[in-house]
Design a binder for this molecule. Structure first.
Ligand SMILES: [Zn+2]
Length: 303
């Protein structure tokens, strides 16, 4: 059993917004950090996907204990232990001085081990509350092969890129069949997982204030209509079937405006008038039911 990882809502939203409005420098930076973090987590997922059946993997759990929320990048339930992994995708040279971490330039960064410790403590308390007696072992995974940490004390619970394979093969030889209690624990943790993170940092935006059009899935630049079948990116020249580009743009519309009704006119405006209402309507009726009378009609997802 696995709780799979999906692109965080904050990341998806910022990616949609970036092509349709100016992001501040801080928002751009936040987006880059989220992208890099997510890529790192996915890289970790690929490394652990062959661990087999005797290990339950729960990704991206957001839990709460005594009014404090904490996120767990990856949690493994094995027969004898729970493993907790905090995955970081830092790149470049860093050094450690006591409890502090610095970039080579001297700029201090948050010590990820403190975050790991905090999560571990809170997780222990949650487990205690659930009357679970498994020990917890936690590691900071520095997944990027181009990361180096000078001055690392030997006893820090860090797994560097070059150590991960050895760690995982050792772990694999120590995996034994799980029983009903392990599965119950996994279900309990999934049940108390908080779906909607309150920590998302997204700029204010309105439908009116955003750029309209169809934007390239690759480079984010505006697309133009080529003929009745294709649109083409003005930046990278890639082409996309009109139907696909509308479904994709509609996905962005729904993500950014979950409460806004889906109407032919709305989607027409959203796509910058690039595609005729007739085609948009044809695509919408394939996947949606039309409700309401002609003037105020809108679409809802087919049952
Ligand atoms: Zn492009």
């Amino acid at each position: 059993m696995v709780k799979i990882r999906s692109e965080p809502l904050e990341l998806k939203t910022l990616q949609c917004l970036r092509v349709r409005m100016e992001l501040s420098e801080q928002e751009e930076q936040n987006l880059l950090n989220l992208q890099q973090g997510y890529r790192g987590e996915c890289a970790f997922d690929r490394r652990v996907e062959n661990l087999g059946n005797h290990c339950i993997i729960l990704n991206d759990l957001l839990l709460e204990h005594s009014n404090t929320m904490f996120q767990l990048d990856s949690l493994f339930i094995t027969q004898q232990k729970i493993y907790l992994f905090e995955v970081k995708n830092y790149e470049g040279d860093y050094y450690v001085d006591g409890d502090r971490w610095y970039m080579k330039s001297g700029k201090e960064v948050k010590n990820p081990l403190l975050q790991l410790k905090r999560s571990e403590t809170l997780l222990r308390q949650v487990l205690q509350q659930l009357k679970i007696n498994l020990p917890v072992e936690s590691y900071l995974v520095m997944i990027n092969p181009h990361f180096f940490l000078y001055n690392t004390p030997i006893d820090l619970p860090i797994l560097f890129h070059s150590q991960l394979n050895r760690f995982l093969s050792k772990l694999k030889t120590n995996l034994f069949p799980l029983n009903k209690n392990h599965k119950t624990l996994a279900e309990l943790l999934r049940a108390i997982h908080i779906e909607k993170s309150p920590y998302v940092r997204i700029p204010d935006y309105t439908f009116e204030g955003l750029r309209k059009g169809i934007f390239c899935n690759g480079c984010g630049r505006p697309m133009e209509k080529v003929n009745r079948v294709f649109v083409r990116c003005r930046g990278c020249n890639c082409e996309e079937v009109i139907d696909t580009s509308i479904v994709r743009s509609l996905g962005e519309y729904k993500l950014l405006f979950p409460d806004r009704k889906i109407t032919t006119n709305g989607v027409y405006d959203w796509c910058g008038g690039l595609i005729s209402r007739y085609i948009i309507r044809r695509i919408l009726v394939k996947e949606y039911d039309l409700v309401g009378n002609s003037k105020n009609s809108y679409f809802i997802k087919k049952e």
